[in-house]
Design a protein around this ligand. Structure first.
Ligand code: ZN
Length: 342
C-alpha cells in the first residue's frame, strides 16, 4: 500500500487517547474539548509548556511517568503551531487566517507520525497476533479504497479494546491522539473472526471523515485541510448525507450489533447514527455484497428504495469515481517551489 504507514504499538488506543490533549487551559474561551464516549474522566490534558505525564487508560500515572514534548510531536500538534505570539494560548484568529497556507509553513513531512515520540511504544509487526485476519482484509480492499487510504495510517495493538478510527490527530484543532496521525486503530476482541470485518468497518469511517470531506469539522471548529484531496469523491458528499442518516428510533442491542436491521438497514448497528449507517453498509458492500444485493432487491420490490440507494452510493464511491488526488493549494505551491529550487 502506497503512502499508508503501518505501525504496531505496545499499548491500546485508549492509552494514546488518554494522553492525547496538548492544548490551552480550559478557561480559554471558545475552545471545547472533543472527547470520546465514555472515557471523559480518564483523559489527561497537557498544557503547552508541561512535560507529558503518561497515564494509563484509567488516568493513573504509569511507570513511564514523564516525557518531553518532542520536536516532531510539536509539528503534529496544531495547538502548538497556531499558538499566539503574545501568550501561550491557541490563537483562533491566527488559525483562521493562516491555516489555509498550512502546508507552506509546515511541510507534510513523510507521514505525519510523531516517530520520535512513539519510538518507545513500537513493536515488530510480526508480534501482532491477528495479522492473518488483517492480511485477509487488505486482500479484500478494492483498489479505489487502497488509493483513498493514501496519507492515513494503520495501527495495530495486541492489547484488548474496541477498535476505532482516529480522525483527530494532525487534522483537528483541539484534540490529538498523542503522536498519531489519522488512521484506523485495530485491537484484539473477544470474537475471533470479527477482526477482518472490524478493520474494514473502521476504514469506512476513515473514508467518510477524511476523504469525502476536505477537512474535518467538530463542534464548530474545523481542522486544516487534509493533505490529499479527492475532489471527485467529495462531490458525492451531498448524497452521502442524504442516504446515510441512521434511524432515530434505534434501540441498542448490546449482544448482537450484527442482528438484522429494520427495513432500510442491513444491521441493527447501522441504525445507530449517520456514521455507523455509512460504515456498516461500506463493509457489507465489500464483504457481503450478495446479501446486500438480495436485501436491496427484496425491499425495492416493496417500494422501499433506501437500501438500493445505499448500494448505488457505495458502487459509485468504490467502483465508478475517480480517486485521483490533488494537494491543497498551499501544499501544491510548496511542492512546486521545492522542485524549482533544486
Ligand atoms: Zn463504527
Amino acid at each position: 500500500m502506497v503512502s499508508v504507514p503501518i505501525l504496531a504499538l505496545r499499548h491500546h488506543s485508549l492509552f494514546f487517547y488518554a494522553n492525547l490533549h496538548i492544548c490551552p487551559p480550559k478557561e480559554v474561551p471558545d475552545i471545547e474539548f472533543d472527547k470520546n464516549e465514555g472515557i471523559e474522566d480518564k483523559v489527561t490534558t497537557f498544557f503547552y509548556d508541561d512535560k507529558i505525564r503518561i497515564v494509563d487508560s484509567m488516568g493513573r500515572v504509569t511507570k513511564e511517568f514523564t516525557k518531553e514534548v518532542t520536536a516532531d510531536l510539536r509539528r503534529n500538534t496544531l495547538c502548538y503551531l497556531y499558538k499566539s505570539k503574545y501568550d501561550k494560548f491557541f490563537d483562533t484568529d491566527k488559525f483562521n487566517t493562516d491555516s489555509d497556507a498550512h502546508y507552506l509553513n509546515f511541510p507534510f513531512e513523510q507521514d505525519g507520525i510523531a516517530r520520535e515520540f512513539l519510538a518507545d511504544y513500537i513493536i515488530p509487526l510480526e508480534e501482532v497476533k491477528y495479522l492473518d485476519e488483517i492480511i485477509a482484509g487488505i486482500k479484500l480492499l478494492p483498489k479505489a479504497v487502497v488509493e483513498m487510504m493514501r496519507g492515513k495510517a494503520i495501527y495495530f495493538s495486541n492489547a484488548r479494546g474496541i477498535s476505532r478510527t482516529i480522525i483527530t490527530a494532525h487534522c483537528q484543532l483541539i484534540t490529538n491522539y498523542l503522536g498519531l496521525m489519522p488512521g484506523v486503530f485495530v485491537e484484539r476482541h473477544k470474537d475471533k473472526g470479527q477482526i477482518t470485518e472490524t478493520f474494514i468497518h473502521e476504514i469506512g469511517h476513515l473514508i467518510d471523515h477524511t476523504v469525502l470531506q476536505p477537512f474535518y469539522t467538530s463542534k464548530g471548529q474545523r481542522s486544516i485541510r487534509f493533505y490529499y484531496q479527492f475532489s471527485e469523491v467529495q462531490k458525492l458528499y451531498t448524497d452521502r448525507e442524504k442516504h446515510f442518516t441512521g434511524n432515530p428510533s434505534y434501540k441498542e442491542n448490546k449482544y448482537n450489533d450484527k442482528a438484522k436491521g429494520k427495513a432500510g438497514f442491513l444491521t441493527n448497528y447501522s441504525e445507530k447514527n449517520r456514521e455507523e449507517d455509512f460504515a456498516e453498509h461500506f463493509v457489507h458492500f465489500i464483504m457481503h455484497k450478495t446479501r446486500f444485493d438480495e436485501k436491496m432487491r427484496e425491499e425495492a420490490g416493496q417500494k422501499d428504495f433506501r437500501l438500493l440507494q445505499k448500494f448505488m452510493f457505495m458502487s459509485k464511491l468504490i467502483e465508478k469515481t475517480s480517486v485521483q488526488f490533488t494537494l491543497p493549494p498551499s501544499a501544491a505551491s510548496a511542492a512546486s517551489s521545492s522542485t524549482h529550487t533544486q
